[in-house]
Design a protein around this ligand. Structure first.
Ligand SMILES: [Ca+2]
Ligand SMILES: [Ca+2]
Length: 289
């Protein structure tokens, strides 16, 4: 302990949004004038990014017993770990480097507590079905539990299985692969991306061209093949590599996209309803009027 002067507390904590921290310096001897210097020193907190550096001369008159020093704290919107800096008392009459006042109460530590919530990134839906005739699929990505600051993650597509299989959609054959950085700006909580699909018509077109080449009589068309029941095709869309530190990816980190190729057998209510309407209208042309 210093005989003449020292900090009232050796550790102060302040939330970032408080805007400043006030530290108290006590004079321990009565009826004596003292002049000291007080300055801040960077630790994990850095001036001017996290707080305002101060270096001031303080004069205590004979009656003064304490002085309060206000140090501005920077309030940003980004999540960051809790940061610290040091406040130190020194003798202004000595050379820098040899001027720190002796005693363990001539230094105090300030912890800046972050209160920003960057949020968690995930898909709104983890399963999406699209018609085989769709040209693209739109996928919504959400940010929950906080929206402070700019955050990002990587979005990538990949086939359902590494080895080609009857249910796995293939890159370029069924969809165009995507690898994209998804960014949410401050206060943004949802965003959409679009993945281009290689339409079924194009697939059938290719097959038809192929069939026409090998069967000149044209007795069998490629379209008939697909009516027997092509399996639905599935590919994965994944989220990972969240940034900055502190941002998380939710459990909804994978979205399975199903390209429905047998809509006649689909359990989707709407397509069933349309199918029923279609058959009823064929039996009785006045039914839909
Ligand atoms: Ca803040
Ligand atoms: Ca912050």
């Amino acid at each position: 302990m210093n005989e003449y002067v020292g900090f009232k507390c050796l550790h102060y904590s302040v939330t970032e949004s408080n805007g400043h921290v006030e530290v108290t310096i006590c004079k321990k001897i009565i009826s004596q004038e003292i002049t000291i210097g007080v300055r801040t020193i960077n630790d994990t907190a850095q001036a001017p990014r996290d707080y305002t550096h101060i270096d001031e001369i303080i004069e205590f008159n004979k009656r003064d017993t304490e002085k309060k020093i206000r140090i501005p704290i920077v309030d940003d919107e980004e999540w960051n770990p809790d940061l610290e800096f040091i406040v130190e008392l020194y003798d202004p009459n000595k050379l820098e480097g040899e001027d720190r006042l002796p005693g363990d109460d001539t230094q105090c530590r300030v912890t800046i507590l972050d209160e920003d919530f960057p949020g968690t990134i995930g898909f709104q839906n983890t399963e999406i079905s699209v018609s085989k005739n769709a040209k693209e699929v739109e996928i919504e990505i959400e940010r929950n539990d906080g929206s402070d600051g700019t955050i990002s993650c990587m979005l990538t597509t990949e086939p359902l299985t590494k080895e080609p299989s009857s249910h796995s959609a293939q890159e370029f054959e069924d969809y165009l692969p995507k690898e994209e950085k998804i960014t949410f700006r401050h206060n943004e909580t949802s965003t959409k991306i679009v993945i281009q699909l290689v339409g079924d018509k194009m697939r059938q077109g290719d097959a038809k061209e192929f069939n026409d080449k090998i069967q000149d009589d044209g007795s069998q068309s490629a379209d008939q093949g697909s009516e027997e029941g092509d399996p639905d095709l599935i590919f994965k869309v994944k989220l990972d590599c969240p940034e900055p530190k502190g941002v998380k990816i939710s459990k909804k980190n994978i979205c399975l996209v199903t390209i429905v190729r047998n809509e006649e057998f689909n359990k989707n209510e709407e397509s069933q309803r349309k199918l029923i309407e279609f058959y009823l209208a064929q039996r009785d042309p006045t039914w839909t009027q």
